[in-house]
Design a protein around this ligand. Structure first.
Ligand SMILES: Nc1ncnc2c1ncn2[C@@H]1O[C@H](COP(=O)(O)OP(=O)(O)OP(=O)(O)O)[C@@H](O)[C@H]1O
Ligand SMILES: Cc1cn([C@H]2C[C@H](O)[C@@H](COP(=O)(O)O)O2)c(=O)[nH]c1=O
Length: 219
């Protein structure tokens, strides 16, 4: 099964919110689900790593790793394992039931963090995704982008000095992640880039401009 053939053809839609740390993904994912509910569309809000009890356990292993932490291969395998469980037990069943799924991060995060910034390689990450999750692809990936300084201030307000094992990596790693996301968006028309430096209301309006064409349209 290739990635195109695994794009579901029912009215249900699978939308991923992506981007670097603190760019506003969770805020916008919640607002999107609420906006869909106002239009009478039931959407499941979920996140990665996580979304099932097993994947949430793997999330803890990844973000609070034991000892000296994981190498990039083990890290990528753990993300792929969490995603495999999440896709099989939560995302696919919801889509099959005709619900929309709004996911806070999906495979584009693995491609940017482990594949590009981590140096594992994009093809390797895509292969893990094919093995783990049949290459399931969102029908739209919304990539939120904002300057590092704006985001650092938001994160300081939200988390103070606290950061998890991946969020706490150095500035170069996170700059590579941001460059990685931007590069992956080029030439992939399922990914839309949105400037997330404005107010949450402005960003939500930009998200809805991308989602509205999907309402009621069958592919
Ligand atoms: N457009 C915005 N302008 C200013 N602050 C914002 C905006 N969007 C979100 N925030 C605030 O910035 C912080 C980070 O937002 P949020 O948690 O939605 O980001 P995230 O991308 O999901 O973060 P993470 O990568 O850590 O999961 C929160 O305190 C949130 O209230
Ligand atoms: C799905 C996914 C996530 N990550 C990283 C990105 C963040 O540092 C954490 C998740 O924390 P958040 O507060 O929920 O954003 O995990 C990654 O490196 N690779 C992935 O595939």
């Amino acid at each position: 099964m290739n990635e195109t053939s695994t794009r579901h053809s029912l009215k249900a839609r699978f939308i991923a919110l992506e981007g670097g740390e603190g760019v506003g993904k969770s805020t916008q994912a919640k607002r999107l689900v609420a906006a869909l509910a106002e239009r009478g569309i039931e959407a499941v809000l979920t996140r990665e790593p996580g979304g099932t009890s097993g994947a949430e356990m793997i999330r803890k292993l990844l973000l609070e790793p034991p000892g000296t932490g994981w190498g990039v291969q083990a890290e990528a395998l753990l993300f792929a394992a969490a995603r495999s469980d999440h896709v099989a037990k939560a995302i696919k069943p919801a889509l099959m039931a005709g619900k929309w799924v709004v996911c806070d991060r999906f495979v584009l995060s693995s491609r940017a963090y482990q594949g590009l910034a981590g140096g594992l390689g994009d093809e390797e990450v895509r292969t893990l995704h094919r093995i783990g999750s049949g290459g399931l692809a969102p029908c739209r990936t919304i990539l939120l982008e904002a300057p590092g300084d704006d985001v650092a201030e938001r994160l300081r307000m939200r988390d103070g000095d606290e950061a998890d094992a991946i969020g706490g990596r150095n500035a170069k790693y996170h700059a590579d992640v941001a460059r990685g996301f931007a590069g992956l968006a080029q030439g992939d028309d399922s990914i839309v880039q949105i400037d997330a430096s404005g107010s949450a209301d402005d960003v939500h309006a930009a998200v809805m401009r991308q989602v509205e064409p999907l309402l009621g349209v069958e592919t």
